[in-house]
Design a protein around this ligand. Structure first.
Ligand SMILES: [Zn+2]
Length: 128
């Protein structure tokens, strides 16, 4: 790594990071990287806000704990997010499912048996 950065210090025109739109422009490239960095920081702040809002929604929407169809433990949290959106998530094995009703969400969770789902891999539903 350091050999490359030494090399690029001596030959900045050889560094692909110094090009913007195919033109050698180290200053422009630096500005573009700063803007990109700010945007990615803003994006991660927004994502964190959305994740926190989702967690708060779930906390408010908790209905009951059922027996998990996969691991058999009484760890299947049921959430009523909206009148027509129920969500099941096992706190132990991670299986999940959602549906328009409690029974449909449970059925979809049962249908996912053995698929290796884990809601913790995709904690926010819009990434599933
Ligand atoms: Zn389970």
């Amino acid at each position: 790594m350091s050999e490359w950065s030494d090399y690029f210090e001596d030959f900045p025109e050889e560094n692909p990071a110094n090009y913007v739109g195919g033109k050698f422009d180290p200053e422009g490239a630096k500005r573009a990287r700063e803007i990109e960095g700010n945007q990615s920081e803003a994006n991660s702040e927004v994502n964190e806000m959305l994740a926190n809002a989702w967690k708060a929604t779930k906390d408010r929407s908790f209905v009951q704990v059922d027996e998990c169809p996969q691991c058999g433990l009484v760890e299947l949290n049921v959430y009523k997010i909206k009148d027509s959106l129920y969500l099941c998530e096992c706190q132990d094995c991670g299986i999940y499912g959602q549906g328009c009703s409690h029974s449909e969400a449970l059925k979809i969770t049962e249908n996912a048996l053995g698929e290796g789902l884990d809601w913790r891999d995709k904690p926010v539903p819009w990434s599933r």
